[in-house]
Design a protein around this ligand. Structure first.
Ligand code: ARG
Length: 459
């Protein structure tokens, strides 16, 4: 059989170089289930509207079902010579069911068909990603609860800044993932629109029941403008953007895990079974998983910029450029699924080294802000308090001491306001405990955030 669903107006058949360059089957065969399910809904609607007979519809449906089952079982031989999944399914239908199969494409174009297939696939993809994000959030919440007592240095500019709870640090990623989930769910609403019935670009001369197809395929609404419907790939770009932000978050977490597990930091230990070794340096244990997640950020951002560039300047309506959307989408989807799964495993099983974190908090004047607050509470304007504490830090550094190691006498030289109660203000545990305001790093505040998160997640 000829593999093309066009050809009538051509004198000569297609050149091999065109076939190879033009074909999308090698990657769009992933859409076979959606393509067939969409075709079956279309077929039932054609029959209900009296556009084809009930008997014709029954024959088409029977054969489509059989093809889908064969493909599900992995027994169908995908002939790569075909142009795309749409022509492959249709041609196979005609071959098996006879000329009646040629009625299926009535009032339909591959332009609305491909958008339908992709939307159907993406709806499932988003649900899968959404549930993987949910799993990762669950692990974060659990680890935060387990480590609620652990204090670590918080950083800005990667310089020790103030003591924080490890749980607070971990829960920061919960918040990022929460926004990521929201973004995918927003994206879902715009994917959930049925384009079928737009046909090539102008709609159809047949009296189609688009609402029926939408209901059957579980779409919330139908598209309002056929020209937009066949041209629109905003929903793909949105998916790539939501994925870009998500993998950017995973990459930041990865970077922290790489740093934390270094000998210089020693804050975390990764399980042996999730690390690799070196072919030359026998002592090495390398954090390949977070490095790879960090590295894969590049390809996801690349797909986003690539698709936006493809879309820019395209005239309405369908153009073949749009075929470029699928590899970007599939590769992003696969990458995100993998990255979420491995990062969740890693978070579940890594250990945090409380002692090293604690040591990190003891050195580097992390209580300096609290000392300035202490003076400000005693009436000194904060700017002056800041200046005085700065001088005290300099003095302590010169004597190779921490602030808490200065005597009261030494401190009083800087301000008469300082009294014996100052030492409590220099204790990292108290620094943390004083920050019980909403969103702060106090144990009570962090516990409240964890409780809220559990309610949000329904756990
Ligand atoms: N393979 C095409 C794509 O992925 C399907 C739509 C083809 N439409 C057309 N008029 N050639 O976009």
């Amino acid at each position: 059989m000829t593999d093309k669903v066009w050809g009538g107006r051509f004198d000569k058949g297609p050149d091999e170089i065109l076939n190879l360059f033009n074909a999308s089957l090698p990657f769009d065969k992933r859409l076979y289930a959606q393509d067939i399910d969409g075709s079956m809904a279309h077929c039932r609607m054609l029959a209900k509207q009296g556009i084809i007979s009930a008997d014709e519809a029954a024959q088409i449906l029977e054969t489509l079902k059989e093809i889908r089952a064969e493909m599900d079982r992995g027994e169908f031989l995908f002939d790569e010579g075909f142009e795309d999944i749409h022509s492959l399914v249709e041609k196979t239908l005609v071959k098996r069911a006879g000329p009646v199969g040629e009625k299926l494409h009535t009032a339909r174009s591959r332009n609305d068909q491909v958008s339908l297939d992709l939307r159907m696939y993406m709806k499932e993809a988003i649900r899968r990603l959404e549930s993987l994000i949910h799993d990762m959030q669950g692990v974060i919440v659990r680890r935060a609860e387990e480590e609620i007592e652990v204090i670590m240095p918080g950083y800005t500019h990667l310089q020790r800044a103030q003591p924080v709870l490890l749980a607070h640090h971990l829960m920061a990623y919960y918040e990022m993932l929460k926004r990521d989930r929201e973004r995918f769910l927003e994206n879902y609403r715009r994917v959930n629109v049925l384009p079928l019935g737009s046909a090539a670009l102008a709609g159809s001369t047949f009296d189609l029941d688009r609402e029926m197809v939408a209901r059957e395929l579980g779409f919330e609404k139908i598209s309002e403008n056929s020209m937009d419907a066949v041209s629109d790939r905003d929903f793909v770009a949105e998916f790539l953007f939501a994925s870009s932000l998500l993998i950017m978050h995973l990459s930041r977490l990865s970077e922290e895990i790489v740093i934390w597990s270094s000998q210089e930091f020693g804050f975390a230990t990764l399980p042996d079974e999730l690390c690799t070794g070196s072919s030359i340096m026998p002592q090495k244990k390398n954090p390949d998983i977070p490095e790879l997640v960090r590295g894969k950020t590049g390809r996801v951002f690349g797909h986003l910029v690539g698709l936006l560039t493809t879309l820019k300047g395209l005239p309405l309506s369908y153009n073949k450029d749009l075929q470029e959307d699928k590899e970007a989408f599939f590769d992003t989807m696969d990458t995100m699924e993998q990255c979420l799964a491995v990062m969740t495993r890693l978070l579940e099983s890594m250990t945090f080294n409380k002692e090293s974190m604690r040591e990190g908090v003891e050195q580097g004047y992390l209580a300096a802000t609290d000392l300035a607050d202490y003076l400000a509470r005693k009436g000194l304007p904060f700017r002056q308090a800041h200046e005085k504490v700065g001088k005290m830090v300099l003095y302590a550094m010169q004597g190779k001491k921490e602030l808490r190691e200065l005597t009261l006498e030494e401190m009083k030289k800087f301000s008469e306001l300082i009294e014996n109660d100052v030492y409590q203000w220099l204790d990292p545990l108290h620094c943390v405990r004083r920050r019980e305001l909403p969103g702060g790093t106090g144990p009570g505040a962090v516990r409240r955030q964890i409780e809220l998160a559990k309610r949000e997640m329904g756990i």
